[in-house]
Design a protein around this ligand. Structure first.
Ligand code: ADP
Ligand code: MG
Length: 247
């Protein structure tokens, strides 16, 4: 594969094992800058593992991953550079329970960027406004709804000025009535041109936002295509079977 300046992420011939379990099998995926990718597939198919490899929360054993032209190798320096560019939002919001919402957003900037508190808090407030919960800034995560907590997690990630955002089933732990407010926030982000990889089974979101949908099963990419093709006319039987079960 040739390196393309426009590619935000290049995954080439990627293999990963957990012990003897072959969890990712020969994965190839190029994501261009500004592209929105939705990843779906059955539970256990390796979706989380794949996106966790992209910011090195997991190590791969074979193949290569390049993020904004920086190869994810053994170098700690490269790892720092990649973590700086890549924000991640998890299914369980992973907020600090003993910090206020504003502090949750400000502290990471102060600790890893040496941003002065005043600037960090100002930035926190601007992103809390962006996700439309500035009035919650002085509360603790436990005092917020799940949907609000997830929007704090998104604001916290955005405070670090990522160039790429990875979302791992950001709405699957939420009560149904809170899913929309989180997806709406992600749509705004997509419209701003953020490069995004989103693991989700929210078809409406995928149809509205995704440039391409990746369907994974048993550690393999079975099919990649535009949302209307994947959802309306998938070519692979495994994709068809999966979609029948979730639609
Ligand atoms: P998905 O996100 O698609 O549900 P995962 O990437 O979480 O799938 O997991 C893929 C497979 O790898 C599953 O069979 C899971 O049990 C296994 N797995 C995930 N994390 C670990 C781990 N840390 N150690 C061993 N096996 C794991
Ligand atoms: Mg997962």
């Amino acid at each position: 594969m040739t390196t393309n300046d426009l590619n935000a992420i290049e995954v080439a011939s990627l293999d990963k094992w957990y012990g003897s379990f072959h969890v990712l099998k020969n994965i190839d995926l190029c994501v261009s800058s500004g592209e929105r990718i939705v990843v779906c597939g059955p539970s256990g198919s390796g979706k989380s593992t794949l996106i966790r490899c992209i910011n090195r929360l997991e190590e791969h054993q074979r193949g290569s991953i390049t993020v904004n032209g920086i190869a994810l190798g053994d170098s700690v320096k490269n790892l720092d550079a990649i973590r700086r560019d890549v924000g991640m939002v998890f299914q369980h919001f992973n907020l600090f329970p003993h910090l206020t919402v504003k502090e949750n957003c400000a502290l990471p900037q102060m600790l890893s960027r040496n941003t002065p508190r005043r600037d960090a808090e100002e930035r926190a407030m601007s992103f809390l406004s962006k996700v439309r919960i500035p009035e919650q800034a002085e509360k603790y995560p436990g005092q917020l709804s799940g949907g609000q907590q997830q929007r704090v997690a998104i604001a916290r990630a955005l405070c670090m000025t990522p160039k790429i955002m990875l979302f791992d089933e950001p709405t699957s732990a939420l009560d149904p009535e809170m899913v929309k407010e989180v997806l709406d926030t992600m749509v705004v982000l997509a419209e701003d041109g953020m490069t995004m990889i989103v693991v989700t089974h929210e078809m409406g979101f995928a149809k509205r936002v995704a440039d391409r949908v990746v369907f994974m099963e048993s550690g393999e990419i079975v099919e990649i295509g535009k949302p209307d093709v994947i959802f309306e006319a998938p070519t692979q039987e495994r994709t068809q079977n999966f979609l029948q079960n979730i639609m």
